[in-house]
Design a protein around this ligand. Structure first.
Ligand code: 2HG
Ligand code: ZN
Length: 462
């Protein structure tokens, strides 16, 4: 180990012997990301159990000139929460700070520590009849701190917004080891700079989120889930317009699934859509507290057949059937991983441009990277497509990235709609974002972390 003994002693003094992990196999889960694309080598892992301990660790590491990589559930897809291979970076895991500090069902807030699993927080809200509407496939492992640090998206963004729109208050340990406590439960707080926004989505490069107050919503009493097949992406957009007309603001998810995604899910997860095969599928969910939702969904589906938008479709008759429909969508990522090597893109373009983007990116890939297969799916209602490319051993991931991202840029899109930059997209961000924007970001980083000790190598290079 390259780590100085006195630093190890000081860290152990702060968190106790069980709070420091130094042994090879125990380090493994903290060392590499879920996709195993970024194998790192931590100097050690420190597991604090309080904000004061986090602050102490930051101070001690600062004095020793050692970099810290904050880590939550380590479910990210961009390598943002794992150390580099130098063996010198300390991973600071928040997984011992999992408490829910309060749920206020009338004030509609929940306060949780950073290491609280998202699903645990959702369930705590549900136990009080309220909704924490951040919903993602990794919710059983992702943590509140990671979700905030990544500004996570998920399937409910079109109705409730990204994580950012749900954060009311934050507690953050700054790179100098001081604690900024903004854990206010206020709906309205216009007093000065809204500094917490800097930390939401900055992927642990500006500070370590230790706790958050999130907004809750009344829990809708009724929900309806439909799976509909359509011929092509323009038809999926017409279906979105129809859903907006009939279901209006009650739509909480509008997900696109390609035939390739469905085939992967059938092959690797043994799950099959209960409707006739088509080139594209749309999974729609709507939720409401007042009655009449099912009737509205029936009207929508009827109109979709009448206008020849829908090829086939089903509305779930039970909670269990709705879960089966959702399972198809939720198994795409895992099934893609089982299929073999893939190059992921998490892109957004203006919503109505999605069909043109899909066709132009497909053409560009066919010309520039023959032999690749497109696995497209994602959050059509947000203009966010996971445009993942199944590749063989000889395909160059950088070439594939460039082909896809050039098309994204031509549409005025973003190369990361919800997964963040991490280490995976550092070079791509620098290429596609204007230098004025990058310089602004660097100025913020320098102001808060002048020595580049917090999650270096992620999001942007100095
Ligand atoms: C999803 O929407 C996740 O399921 C994962 O954001 C996307 O696997 C992916 O690329
Ligand atoms: Zn997604």
């Amino acid at each position: 180990m390259t780590m100085p003994t006195d630093l190890l002693q000081r860290l152990t003094g702060l968190v106790g012997p069980t709070g420091v992990v130094t042994d090879g196999s125990d380090l493994e889960p903290y060392a590499v990301d879920w996709r195993k694309l970024f194998p790192g080598k931590p100097a050690c892992v420190v597991r604090p159990s309080s904000t004061e301990q986090v602050a102490g660790i930051v101070q001690v590491c600062r004095e020793a000139g050692v970099a810290i990589v904050p880590q939550g559930g380590n479910t990210g897809l961009a390598g943002g929460a794992v150390p580099d291979a130098s063996g010198t970076q300390v991973v600071l895991s928040l997984n011992r700070m999992g408490a829910i500090r309060h749920v206020d069902p009338v004030g509609l807030t929940i306060e949780a520590e950073a290491g609280c699993i998202l699903k645990v927080a959702q369930d705590a809200a549900a136990a009080d009849g309220r909704l924490l509407p951040i919903s993602l496939a990794a919710e059983g492992s992702a943590t509140i701190g990671g979700v905030v640090a990544a500004n996570a998206g998920g399937v409910n963004v079109l109705r409730y917004g990204m994580t950012r729109s749900l954060v009311l208050g934050l507690e953050v340990v700054l790179p100098d080891g001081t604690v900024a406590n903004g854990l206010r439960r206020l709906r309205k707080d216009n007093a000065g700079y809204d500094w917490k926004q800097l930390f939401i989505g900055s992927e642990g490069t500006l500070g370590i989120v230790t706790a958050a107050v999130l907004r809750l919503l009344p829990r809708p009493k009724h929900s309806v889930t439909a799976l509909i097949s359509v011929a092509d992406p323009p038809a999926a957009l017409r279906l979105l317009a129809l859903s907006q007309d009939e279901l209006g603001d009650q739509i909480s998810a509008f997900e696109l699934i390609s035939a390739t995604s469905m085939q992967l899910v059938a092959k690797h997860a043994g799950l099959k859509a209960p409707i006739a095969e088509g080139e594209w599928f749309v999974l729609i969910e709507a939720a409401a507290s007042l009655a009449g939702l099912r009737e509205a969904a029936d009207t929508m589906l009827g109109a979709a057949f009448e206008q020849e938008i829908a090829l086939d479709g089903v509305i779930a008759e039970s909670v269990a059937q709705a879960a089966q429909l959702w399972a198809l969508r939720e198994h795409v990522t895992e099934s893609e991983a089982r299929e073999g090597r893939s190059v992921k893109h998490d892109v957004s373009v203006p919503l109505t441009e999605v069909p043109r983007f899909l066709s132009e990116a497909g053409n560009a890939l066919a010309a520039g990277a023959p032999g690749t297969r497109v696995n497209a799916f994602g959050h059509l209602g947000d203009g966010n497509i996971h445009y993942n490319i199944l590749v063989g051993p000889d395909h160059d991931a950088g070439v594939v990235n460039r082909i896809v991202h050039d098309v994204v840029a031509a549409f005025g899109g973003s190369i990361s709609a919800e997964h963040g930059i991490g280490q995976y997209r550092v070079g791509e961000l620098a290429r596609y974002r204007a230098s004025t924007e990058m310089n602004l970001a660097r100025a913020i980083k320098r102001a808060l972390d002048p020595d580049n000790r917090l999650n270096p190598g992620k999001v942007l290079l100095p």
